[in-house]
Design a protein around this ligand. Structure first.
Ligand code: FES
Ligand code: FES
Length: 158
């Protein structure tokens, strides 16, 4: 069946079964490979995108449920007022190690800063707890979020 969904501001029509996860539509149908597959069961955060500004796990969202809502992916972050700041902070702090989890991390961090421009450590913990990093770049992720928010940061050598 054909579904028209809005991705990074553009209407895209895709032919898919209604229960196809948005993750697969993005990656396989629209060839947007920035959003990553990690676990497929809402446990890792690698597939995080925004729907109407909320961080969601795209492996858990059937394409039929997207409707007229706005999907934003990592490919849209360079044009996103908060996402572009987050990406700049990520580069400055040199956050990634292998990089696999990083698109999801940036999407969750951006959704957090849109809601809470000056997050506390507890806010960061709550917002980022579902985004796993096998390389354990957590200290640099936290520092980059604070840098994007203009908050003081601690040592980032972990
Ligand atoms: S792939 Fe969606 S949460 Fe892991
Ligand atoms: S940087 Fe390797 S999994 Fe996070």
């Amino acid at each position: 069946m054909a579904y028209t969904i809005k991705v990074n501001g553009a209407a895209r029509t895709v032919d898919a079964e209604g229960d196809t996860p948005l993750l697969w539509v993005l990656r396989d149908t629209l060839d947007m490979k920035g959003t990553k597959f990690g676990c497929g069961v809402a446990q890792c955060g690698a597939c995080t995108v925004h729907i109407n500004g909320q961080a969601v796990r795209s492996c858990q969202v059937p394409v039929s449920a997207v409707g007229a809502n706005e999907v934003t992916t990592i490919e849209g972050m360079a044009q996103h007022p908060v996402g572009s700041k987050v990406q700049a902070a990520w580069v400055e702090i040199d956050v990634p190690q292998c990089g696999y989890c990083q698109a999801g991390q940036i999407m969750s961090a951006t959704a957090l800063l849109e809601k809470k421009p000056q997050p506390t450590d507890a806010d960061i913990d709550a917002a980022m707890s579902g985004n796993l990093c096998r390389c354990a770049a957590y200290t640099r992720i936290r520092a980059a979020i604070k840098r994007a928010a203009g908050l003081p940061i601690a040592d980032t050598r972990a």
